[in-house]
Design a protein around this ligand. Structure first.
Ligand code: XIL
Length: 324
Protein backbone atom coordinates (compact mmCIF):
# COMPACT_ATOMS: atom_id res chain seq x y z
CA UNK A 1 0.00 0.00 0.00
CA UNK A 2 0.98 3.59 -0.60
CA UNK A 3 2.18 5.37 2.57
CA UNK A 4 0.60 8.38 4.24
CA UNK A 5 2.86 11.10 2.88
CA UNK A 6 2.87 9.58 -0.59
CA UNK A 7 -0.93 9.57 -0.61
CA UNK A 8 -0.98 13.16 0.62
CA UNK A 9 1.36 14.34 -2.10
CA UNK A 10 -0.63 12.48 -4.73
CA UNK A 11 -3.55 14.62 -3.59
CA UNK A 12 -1.49 17.75 -4.27
CA UNK A 13 -0.86 18.62 -0.63
CA UNK A 14 2.52 19.22 0.92
CA UNK A 15 3.19 16.86 3.81
CA UNK A 16 2.35 14.33 6.50
CA UNK A 17 4.56 14.76 9.54
CA UNK A 18 5.28 13.28 12.93
CA UNK A 19 6.52 14.68 16.21
CA UNK A 20 9.93 13.17 16.81
CA UNK A 21 12.13 12.47 19.78
CA UNK A 22 15.50 11.04 18.78
CA UNK A 23 15.79 8.34 21.42
CA UNK A 24 17.64 5.66 19.49
CA UNK A 25 14.66 3.35 18.96
CA UNK A 26 15.47 1.49 15.73
CA UNK A 27 11.85 0.51 14.98
CA UNK A 28 10.66 4.06 15.38
CA UNK A 29 13.52 5.47 13.30
CA UNK A 30 12.91 2.97 10.51
CA UNK A 31 9.37 4.29 10.05
CA UNK A 32 10.58 7.89 9.76
CA UNK A 33 13.58 7.08 7.60
CA UNK A 34 11.61 5.09 5.06
CA UNK A 35 9.74 8.35 4.22
CA UNK A 36 6.66 6.65 2.75
CA UNK A 37 4.55 7.76 5.71
CA UNK A 38 6.27 10.95 6.85
CA UNK A 39 8.00 13.73 4.94
CA UNK A 40 8.08 16.23 7.82
CA UNK A 41 9.16 16.16 11.46
CA UNK A 42 8.40 18.38 14.43
CA UNK A 43 10.97 18.24 17.26
CA UNK A 44 8.86 17.15 20.23
CA UNK A 45 10.76 19.13 22.88
CA UNK A 46 14.25 20.05 21.68
CA UNK A 47 13.52 23.59 20.50
CA UNK A 48 11.44 24.75 23.45
CA UNK A 49 12.67 27.66 25.55
CA UNK A 50 13.77 25.54 28.53
CA UNK A 51 15.87 23.44 26.15
CA UNK A 52 17.40 26.29 24.17
CA UNK A 53 17.88 29.24 26.60
CA UNK A 54 17.97 27.83 30.15
CA UNK A 55 19.63 31.00 31.43
CA UNK A 56 19.33 34.48 29.99
CA UNK A 57 21.67 34.76 27.01
CA UNK A 58 22.96 31.19 27.46
CA UNK A 59 21.92 29.23 24.39
CA UNK A 60 22.06 25.43 24.15
CA UNK A 61 21.40 24.25 20.63
CA UNK A 62 23.08 20.82 20.55
CA UNK A 63 19.88 18.82 20.90
CA UNK A 64 17.89 21.05 18.57
CA UNK A 65 20.67 20.84 15.96
CA UNK A 66 20.23 17.05 15.76
CA UNK A 67 16.67 17.45 14.52
CA UNK A 68 17.42 20.12 11.96
CA UNK A 69 20.36 18.05 10.71
CA UNK A 70 18.19 14.93 10.64
CA UNK A 71 15.62 16.67 8.45
CA UNK A 72 18.33 18.04 6.16
CA UNK A 73 20.06 14.67 5.82
CA UNK A 74 16.82 12.92 4.95
CA UNK A 75 15.57 15.64 2.66
CA UNK A 76 12.34 16.12 4.61
CA UNK A 77 10.54 19.19 5.96
CA UNK A 78 10.92 20.44 9.51
CA UNK A 79 8.14 22.14 11.40
CA UNK A 80 10.10 24.11 13.97
CA UNK A 81 8.44 24.29 17.38
CA UNK A 82 8.28 26.83 19.01
CA UNK A 83 9.42 30.42 19.68
CA UNK A 84 7.04 31.97 22.25
CA UNK A 85 4.97 29.89 24.70
CA UNK A 86 3.98 30.04 28.39
CA UNK A 87 4.92 26.41 29.04
CA UNK A 88 8.33 24.74 29.23
CA UNK A 89 9.47 28.30 29.85
CA UNK A 90 12.23 28.65 32.43
CA UNK A 91 11.69 30.37 35.76
CA UNK A 92 14.12 33.11 34.91
CA UNK A 93 11.53 34.34 32.37
CA UNK A 94 8.28 33.66 34.23
CA UNK A 95 9.46 34.88 37.63
CA UNK A 96 11.90 37.52 36.49
CA UNK A 97 9.51 40.44 36.99
CA UNK A 98 10.76 42.13 33.83
CA UNK A 99 9.19 45.36 32.64
CA UNK A 100 7.58 45.66 29.22
CA UNK A 101 10.66 46.92 27.42
CA UNK A 102 12.99 44.30 28.91
CA UNK A 103 10.64 41.39 28.21
CA UNK A 104 10.29 42.48 24.57
CA UNK A 105 14.07 42.53 24.36
CA UNK A 106 14.25 39.04 25.89
CA UNK A 107 11.72 37.75 23.36
CA UNK A 108 13.58 39.44 20.50
CA UNK A 109 16.95 38.01 21.59
CA UNK A 110 15.47 34.51 21.84
CA UNK A 111 13.91 34.69 18.38
CA UNK A 112 17.08 36.13 16.86
CA UNK A 113 19.21 33.37 18.35
CA UNK A 114 16.91 30.38 17.76
CA UNK A 115 15.24 31.24 14.45
CA UNK A 116 18.47 32.88 13.29
CA UNK A 117 20.47 29.71 13.84
CA UNK A 118 18.22 27.77 11.46
CA UNK A 119 17.57 30.54 8.97
CA UNK A 120 16.39 29.06 5.67
CA UNK A 121 16.10 25.56 7.10
CA UNK A 122 12.78 25.56 8.98
CA UNK A 123 9.89 24.92 6.61
CA UNK A 124 7.48 26.36 9.18
CA UNK A 125 7.85 27.98 12.59
CA UNK A 126 5.26 27.92 15.35
CA UNK A 127 5.91 31.52 16.31
CA UNK A 128 3.38 31.78 19.14
CA UNK A 129 1.90 28.73 20.84
CA UNK A 130 -1.31 28.60 22.92
CA UNK A 131 -2.05 32.28 23.61
CA UNK A 132 -5.77 31.67 24.20
CA UNK A 133 -8.13 30.49 26.95
CA UNK A 134 -11.11 28.28 26.15
CA UNK A 135 -13.52 31.26 26.27
CA UNK A 136 -11.50 33.12 23.65
CA UNK A 137 -9.86 35.57 26.02
CA UNK A 138 -6.10 35.80 26.12
CA UNK A 139 -4.23 33.41 28.37
CA UNK A 140 -2.77 35.34 31.32
CA UNK A 141 0.80 34.34 30.54
CA UNK A 142 3.87 36.38 31.41
CA UNK A 143 3.87 37.52 27.77
CA UNK A 144 0.31 38.84 27.83
CA UNK A 145 0.47 40.16 31.38
CA UNK A 146 3.60 42.20 30.68
CA UNK A 147 3.37 43.17 27.01
CA UNK A 148 -0.37 42.87 26.27
CA UNK A 149 -1.69 41.49 22.98
CA UNK A 150 1.12 43.38 21.20
CA UNK A 151 3.37 40.43 22.04
CA UNK A 152 1.74 38.52 19.17
CA UNK A 153 2.43 40.91 16.26
CA UNK A 154 5.84 41.65 17.77
CA UNK A 155 6.82 37.97 17.83
CA UNK A 156 5.73 37.52 14.21
CA UNK A 157 7.53 40.68 13.14
CA UNK A 158 10.78 39.54 14.77
CA UNK A 159 10.48 36.04 13.27
CA UNK A 160 9.83 37.38 9.77
CA UNK A 161 12.84 39.67 10.00
CA UNK A 162 15.11 36.87 11.19
CA UNK A 163 13.96 34.11 8.80
CA UNK A 164 12.02 35.63 5.91
CA UNK A 165 11.60 32.29 4.11
CA UNK A 166 10.01 30.32 6.95
CA UNK A 167 6.24 29.95 6.96
CA UNK A 168 5.04 31.57 10.19
CA UNK A 169 2.24 29.95 12.20
CA UNK A 170 0.02 30.69 15.17
CA UNK A 171 -0.60 27.32 16.89
CA UNK A 172 -3.24 26.29 19.47
CA UNK A 173 -5.46 23.44 20.68
CA UNK A 174 -9.26 23.12 20.88
CA UNK A 175 -9.68 25.27 17.79
CA UNK A 176 -11.39 22.26 16.18
CA UNK A 177 -14.81 22.77 17.82
CA UNK A 178 -15.56 25.97 15.91
CA UNK A 179 -16.38 27.83 19.13
CA UNK A 180 -15.21 30.97 20.92
CA UNK A 181 -11.58 29.89 20.82
CA UNK A 182 -11.74 29.39 17.04
CA UNK A 183 -13.14 32.90 16.58
CA UNK A 184 -10.41 34.27 18.83
CA UNK A 185 -7.69 32.61 16.73
CA UNK A 186 -9.21 34.23 13.66
CA UNK A 187 -9.00 37.58 15.51
CA UNK A 188 -5.31 36.95 16.20
CA UNK A 189 -4.72 36.44 12.47
CA UNK A 190 -6.52 39.72 11.74
CA UNK A 191 -4.63 41.56 14.47
CA UNK A 192 -1.27 40.52 13.05
CA UNK A 193 -2.30 41.31 9.48
CA UNK A 194 -3.72 44.71 10.50
CA UNK A 195 -0.24 45.73 11.58
CA UNK A 196 1.22 44.79 8.22
CA UNK A 197 3.07 41.84 9.75
CA UNK A 198 3.43 38.48 8.02
CA UNK A 199 1.50 35.42 9.22
CA UNK A 200 1.26 32.43 6.88
CA UNK A 201 -0.93 30.02 8.75
CA UNK A 202 -2.78 28.68 11.75
CA UNK A 203 -1.86 25.36 13.33
CA UNK A 204 -4.71 23.28 14.73
CA UNK A 205 -3.08 20.99 17.28
CA UNK A 206 -5.97 18.48 17.22
CA UNK A 207 -5.36 16.75 20.54
CA UNK A 208 -8.73 15.02 20.35
CA UNK A 209 -10.63 12.01 21.71
CA UNK A 210 -12.66 9.23 20.11
CA UNK A 211 -15.00 8.95 23.10
CA UNK A 212 -15.84 11.20 26.06
CA UNK A 213 -13.06 11.16 28.64
CA UNK A 214 -12.52 13.01 31.91
CA UNK A 215 -10.07 15.39 30.28
CA UNK A 216 -12.25 16.05 27.23
CA UNK A 217 -15.15 17.25 29.33
CA UNK A 218 -17.52 15.10 27.28
CA UNK A 219 -16.25 16.30 23.91
CA UNK A 220 -15.30 13.99 21.07
CA UNK A 221 -13.70 14.60 17.67
CA UNK A 222 -16.19 16.84 15.83
CA UNK A 223 -17.80 15.94 12.51
CA UNK A 224 -15.87 16.41 9.30
CA UNK A 225 -18.09 19.37 8.53
CA UNK A 226 -17.45 21.16 11.84
CA UNK A 227 -13.73 20.57 11.47
CA UNK A 228 -13.69 21.92 7.90
CA UNK A 229 -15.78 24.95 8.92
CA UNK A 230 -13.27 25.78 11.64
CA UNK A 231 -10.38 25.43 9.19
CA UNK A 232 -12.14 27.71 6.70
CA UNK A 233 -12.51 30.44 9.33
CA UNK A 234 -8.75 30.83 9.02
CA UNK A 235 -8.34 30.30 5.28
CA UNK A 236 -10.98 33.01 4.70
CA UNK A 237 -8.34 35.38 6.14
CA UNK A 238 -5.92 34.37 3.37
CA UNK A 239 -3.70 32.08 5.46
CA UNK A 240 -2.95 28.36 5.23
CA UNK A 241 -3.94 25.79 7.84
CA UNK A 242 -2.19 22.70 9.13
CA UNK A 243 -3.09 20.03 11.69
CA UNK A 244 0.07 20.26 13.78
CA UNK A 245 -0.16 17.75 16.65
CA UNK A 246 -2.88 15.18 15.93
CA UNK A 247 -3.62 12.45 18.42
CA UNK A 248 -6.97 10.85 19.26
CA UNK A 249 -6.99 9.44 22.77
CA UNK A 250 -9.48 7.13 24.52
CA UNK A 251 -10.06 5.64 27.96
CA UNK A 252 -7.60 2.77 28.19
CA UNK A 253 -7.38 -0.14 27.77
CA UNK A 254 -8.27 -0.11 24.09
CA UNK A 255 -10.81 -2.60 22.75
CA UNK A 256 -11.49 -3.55 19.18
CA UNK A 257 -14.65 -1.45 19.20
CA UNK A 258 -12.81 1.60 20.56
CA UNK A 259 -10.05 1.20 18.01
CA UNK A 260 -12.63 1.21 15.24
CA UNK A 261 -14.22 4.39 16.60
CA UNK A 262 -10.79 5.95 16.77
CA UNK A 263 -10.14 4.95 13.17
CA UNK A 264 -13.28 6.83 12.09
CA UNK A 265 -12.20 9.91 14.03
CA UNK A 266 -8.82 9.88 12.29
CA UNK A 267 -10.58 9.46 8.97
CA UNK A 268 -12.76 12.53 9.46
CA UNK A 269 -9.81 14.64 10.58
CA UNK A 270 -7.93 13.74 7.40
CA UNK A 271 -11.03 14.20 5.23
CA UNK A 272 -11.63 17.68 6.72
CA UNK A 273 -8.13 18.72 5.71
CA UNK A 274 -8.58 17.40 2.19
CA UNK A 275 -11.91 19.25 1.97
CA UNK A 276 -10.14 22.58 2.49
CA UNK A 277 -7.87 23.65 -0.32
CA UNK A 278 -5.44 25.58 1.86
CA UNK A 279 -4.95 22.75 4.37
CA UNK A 280 -1.39 22.03 3.32
CA UNK A 281 -0.49 19.18 5.64
CA UNK A 282 -0.99 17.21 8.83
CA UNK A 283 1.37 16.16 11.61
CA UNK A 284 0.66 13.31 14.04
CA UNK A 285 2.02 13.82 17.57
CA UNK A 286 4.30 10.78 17.62
CA UNK A 287 4.48 7.41 15.95
CA UNK A 288 3.84 4.61 18.47
CA UNK A 289 1.56 4.53 21.52
CA UNK A 290 4.68 3.37 23.36
CA UNK A 291 6.05 6.89 23.69
CA UNK A 292 2.94 9.08 23.54
CA UNK A 293 2.76 11.98 26.02
CA UNK A 294 -0.95 11.28 26.69
CA UNK A 295 -0.87 8.72 29.56
CA UNK A 296 1.56 10.91 31.50
CA UNK A 297 -0.64 13.99 31.26
CA UNK A 298 -4.14 12.47 31.12
CA UNK A 299 -4.11 9.48 33.51
CA UNK A 300 -6.24 6.55 32.34
CA UNK A 301 -6.24 7.81 28.75
CA UNK A 302 -4.02 6.92 25.80
CA UNK A 303 -3.68 4.58 22.81
CA UNK A 304 -3.84 7.79 20.77
CA UNK A 305 -1.46 7.18 17.87
CA UNK A 306 -1.38 5.23 14.59
CA UNK A 307 1.02 2.44 15.64
CA UNK A 308 0.50 0.37 18.79
CA UNK A 309 3.14 -0.20 21.46
CA UNK A 310 4.63 -3.03 19.37
CA UNK A 311 4.85 -0.85 16.28
CA UNK A 312 1.97 -2.61 14.59
CA UNK A 313 -0.30 -0.42 12.44
CA UNK A 314 -3.65 0.15 14.14
CA UNK A 315 -7.07 0.52 12.47
CA UNK A 316 -6.48 4.26 12.95
CA UNK A 317 -3.60 4.12 10.45
CA UNK A 318 -5.91 2.77 7.76
CA UNK A 319 -8.72 5.14 8.71
CA UNK A 320 -6.39 8.12 8.43
CA UNK A 321 -5.13 6.85 5.05
CA UNK A 322 -8.73 6.43 3.83
CA UNK A 323 -9.42 10.05 4.81
CA UNK A 324 -6.54 11.22 2.62
C1 XIL B 1 4.42 17.83 24.85
C2 XIL B 1 5.45 16.73 24.62
O1 XIL B 1 4.87 15.74 23.79
C3 XIL B 1 5.88 16.12 25.93
O2 XIL B 1 6.98 15.23 25.72
C4 XIL B 1 6.29 17.20 26.93
O3 XIL B 1 6.56 16.62 28.18
C5 XIL B 1 5.20 18.25 27.07
O4 XIL B 1 4.89 18.77 25.80
N1 XIL B 1 1.05 21.17 22.93
C6 XIL B 1 2.28 21.43 22.37
C7 XIL B 1 3.39 20.43 22.48
O5 XIL B 1 2.43 22.44 21.67
O6 XIL B 1 4.65 21.04 22.55
C8 XIL B 1 3.18 19.52 23.68
O7 XIL B 1 4.19 18.50 23.64
C9 XIL B 1 1.79 18.92 23.66
C10 XIL B 1 0.75 20.02 23.75
Amino acid sequence: TVGLSKAMRQRGRSFIGTALTLRGDAQELAIVENKADFNSITPENAQKWDATEPQRGVFTFDDSDRYVDFATEHGIQIHCHNLVWHSQLPNWVTAGNFDNETLIEIMHDHIKALAGRYKGRCTRWDVVNEALEEDGSYRKSVWYNTIGEAFLPLAFKFASQVDPKAQLYYNDYNLEYNGAKTDAAQRIVKLIQSQGVKINGVGFQAHLTSEPTTSSGGGVTPSQNTLATALRKMTSQDVDVVYTEIDVRMNTPATRKKLNMQSKAYQRIAASCLAVERCVGMTIWGISDKYSWIPGVFPGEGAANLWDEDFKKKPAYYGFLRGI
